[in-house]
Design a protein around this ligand. Structure first.
Ligand code: MN
Length: 195
């Protein structure tokens, strides 16, 4: 059976400093995400879902398999959206949709950060598009991904403590406010524009 592999990071582990430290990236990617990949590969042995693409496993699995597959999908989108030299704002159709649906880029960022800061416990805050391209911010608990609601995920902040505790301890809002500095909007634009 083909095994899922730990994604390669598109930057060096220290590239996102000081927003996210090298140590946090090393643990988050090399231990937490690697653990989800190993768990899923183990759970898929002998399963009828073995061999399916990751998104299909997320849509069809339950229990531990859903949790581990969901966390892999979530983290691939999360780690894939950062850069040490990012494009700092959306452009084109996504920029227009943000203004239409939230009023301004600044209002959108405030609302997104607030949803991340107020999510109780572990989970993820997401910007997604519906089938008509309309934007929505959702709070998803634990390992959930917006594809389970029929949405296309664009941008996410991981609010599990493992994402920030080494660098920010209990100051989750400070961590979330800093993340904007490393979001590469070229990646988010491309996700929005992809058919
Ligand atoms: Mn995480």
């Amino acid at each position: 059976m083909k095994k899922f592999q730990l994604m390669a990071l598109p930057y060096a582990t220290e590239a996102l400093e000081p927003v996210i430290s090298k140590e946090t990236i090393a643990f988050h990617h090399g231990k937490h995400l690697a653990g989800y990949v190993n768990n899923l590969n183990g759970l898929l042995e002998g399963s009828p879902l073995a061999g399916l693409p990751l998104e299909e496993i997320v849509l069809k699995a339950e229990g531990g398999m859903l949790n581990n597959a969901g966390q892999i999908l979530n983290h691939e989108l999360y780690f894939g959206q950062f850069s040490g030299d990012p494009k700092s704002a959306p452009t084109g159709q996504l920029a227009e949709a943000i203004i239409q649906d939230f009023g301004s880029f600044e209002v959108f960022k405030e609302e997104f950060q607030k949803k991340g800061a107020t999510l109780f416990g572990s989970g993820w805050v997401w910007l997604s598009a519906d089938k008509d391209g309309k934007l929505v911010i959702t709070q998803e608990p634990n390992a959930a991904n917006p594809i389970l609601k029929g949405l296309k995920p664009l941008l996410t902040f991981d609010v599990w403590e493992h994402a920030y505790y080494l660098d920010y301890q209990n100051r989750r809002p400070d961590h979330l406010a800093a993340l904007w500095q490393i979001i590469d909007w070229e990646v988010i634009d491309n996700r929005y524009n992809k058919k």
